[in-house]
Design a protein around this ligand. Structure first.
Ligand code: FE
Length: 210
């Protein structure tokens, strides 16, 4: 009996403490903090948000390619692994830019979900890759991403001399882009050369190598 009374008292005390700890600040209440430190312009902020979508979009595209090569009827585990890895890298790029944007006090009032939403692809084509066309597509995709990073750099440099962001994009992002694209182009060359001498066996051997 004493045990039951003790437990009841303990539970009531816990309930009281939990009620005290409940956050009573309404979610839409804004903290009044100085805004002067937020100095990214709207034009540059919008361009950065677009780049986040581009990175997330590239991640989806790689995921689609990886899933294709993973199927039992295609069975190219090397290609699948390469593109799963690329998908993770692109997602990581998107995350890093979100972290950068929020570090600079980027305005997300129109909704966080819009930041990572990628326009739905309307084309109803059935993807059908072989190794060469997949690598070719990857090189083209990386080239487009590089182009859009360069455009972002130009926008943020011209609009507000935002050298911190420009430096980050040039030193971290472009460096990775150049290396990654070169790697894919090299793989494409090797596979093409192998196909010239080994025909259809080449893709199987190349996949093993991956
Ligand atoms: Fe990227």
């Amino acid at each position: 009996m004493k045990l039951i009374v003790g437990l009841t008292v303990l539970l009531s005390a816990v309930a009281l403490i939990s009620a005290d700890l409940e956050c009573s600040i309404p979610l839409d209440e804004k903290a009044e903090i100085p805004q002067g430190w937020i100095n990214m312009t709207q034009v540059c902020t919008d361009a950065l948000k677009k780049q986040i979508q581009t990175e997330i979009g590239a991640s989806y595209e790689y995921l689609e390619m990886a899933a294709y090569f993973s199927q039992d009827v295609v069975n190219r585990p090397g290609f699948a692994e390469l593109f799963f890895k690329s998908a993770r890298e692109e997602r990581e790029h998107g995350i890093k830019l979100i972290e950068y944007l929020t570090m600079r006090g980027g305005n997300l009032q129109e909704g966080v979900h819009k930041l990572i939403s990628v326009p739905y692809k309307e084309e109803k084509y059935e993807i059908k890759f072989d190794g060469v066309s997949a690598l070719k597509h990857a090189v083209e995709m990386e080239t487009a991403v590089t182009k859009s990073i360069r455009a972002l750099i130009e926008t943020c440099e011209n609009d507000n001399n935002d050298y911190h962001l420009v430096d980050y994009l040039t030193g971290v992002y472009l460096e990775e882009q150049h290396k990654g694209t070169r790697e894919l182009a090299g793989k494409l060359t090797t596979l093409k050369k192998m196909e010239n001498s080994h025909g259809k066996l080449a893709e199987f051997l190349f996949d093993k190598q991956l």
